[in-house]
Write a protein that binds this ligand. Structure first.
Ligand SMILES: N#Cc1ccc(Nc2nc(N)cc(-n3ccc(CO)n3)n2)cc1
Length: 287
């Protein structure tokens, strides 16, 4: 793999929040090109000092993202071993993580949610075709680059973030805490991480999107979460049966029975059409 080698300096500005083993900061990347200084706003993901032994997995995640490019995949500028710190430099996506956005906004239209779901399915289909497992699909790792505004006829635009530390490297309790996003097959011994696991996580993320960013199984302890899988439970179904069916199909306890990305995209297109018809039924001319 050819690494595009360029040097850049950056400064850390403000802390924006944190992931599992990282903290995210807004920063500024400074490039010197043809003797000119270019400043770009960036997102700096810093690996926690007490998880330094994860630094290889941390860089693996970023190199996975920088080896492929797609409009719905986050752009990773590079990594820096800045002194004792392991830092991933990413494009700063304007509106940040989708779960917080949906919680804050509370009134995102169904057509926007369907559009976001379809874009996420397109990103997954791209990874699937490259036989690349993401391993951490969830609303927190879906970033909103553009808001949808039905009145302005603008549609939202999302970017899938890096997966962070590979889930199969994590302690069992950390994997348990990722229930219901993590496929049940990852709690077997040995954990089986496959493309099918991303389909399960996509189902849980659909649930988050259509529940306004609500955290599924919020405040459940690890024992209760383990039992959720142990007794083959499903998340609370939506009143919209076609959506509920799609989520249940993605969250099939048999990995091989989960629908392919192409089927998911087709089903989402059907929901979009049916939503459109319902939405505009009132305007339909009297037959
Ligand atoms: N207020 C505010 C605000 C916060 C963040 C952004 N932008 C952004 N850009 C990225 N590339 C990644 C992230 N992340 C946030 C959590 C994670 C964990 O995965 N990533 N946020 C923009 C505005």
């Amino acid at each position: 793999t050819n690494y595009s080698c360029f040097s850049f300096g950056f400064q850390i500005d403000e802390c924006l929040g944190q992931g599992s083993f990282t903290r995210v900061f807004k920063g500024t990347k400074v490039d010197i090109r043809e003797g000119e200084e270019h400043r770009t706003q960036v997102l700096l993901k810093v690996l926690d000092a007490n998880h330094k032994d994860y630094w290889e997995a941390f860089f693996e995640a970023s190199s996975m993202m920088s080896q492929i490019s797609h409009k719905h995949l986050l752009l990773v500028y590079g990594v820096s071993v800045h002194g004792a710190k392991n830092i991933m430099v990413q494009e700063l996506v304007k509106y940040g993580a989708l779960d917080l956005y949906l919680k804050r906004k509370g009134s995102v239209s169904v057509s926007c949610k369907l559009d976001i779901a379809k874009q996420l399915a397109l990103a997954l289909n791209f990874l699937d075709e490259k036989n690349i497992v993401h391993g951490n699909i969830c609303a927190k790792n879906v970033l909103l680059a553009r808001e949808g505004d039905p009145s302005q006829e603008t549609s939202p635009f999302i970017k899938l973030s890096d997966p962070g530390i590979k889930v199969s490297l994590l302690d069992r309790n950390v994997i348990l805490d990722r229930i219901p996003w993590v496929g049940p097959e990852l709690l077997q011994d040995p954990p089986i991480l496959s493309l099918d696991s991303d389909k399960w996580s996509f189902g849980a993320t659909l649930w988050e999107i259509f529940n306004n960013g609500e955290t599924p199984l919020k405040d459940w302890d690890l024992e209760m979460k383990r039992r959720f899988y142990g007794t083959y439970q499903q998340l609370e179904p939506s009143q919209w049966t076609e959506l509920a069916d799609m989520i249940t199909q993605c969250m099939d306890y048999q990995p091989a029975s989960r629908p392919s990305c192409r089927v998911v995209i087709r089903q989402l297109n059907n929901l979009i059409t049916s939503d459109y018809e319902v939405l505009h039924a009132s305007e339909a001319p009297e037959r």
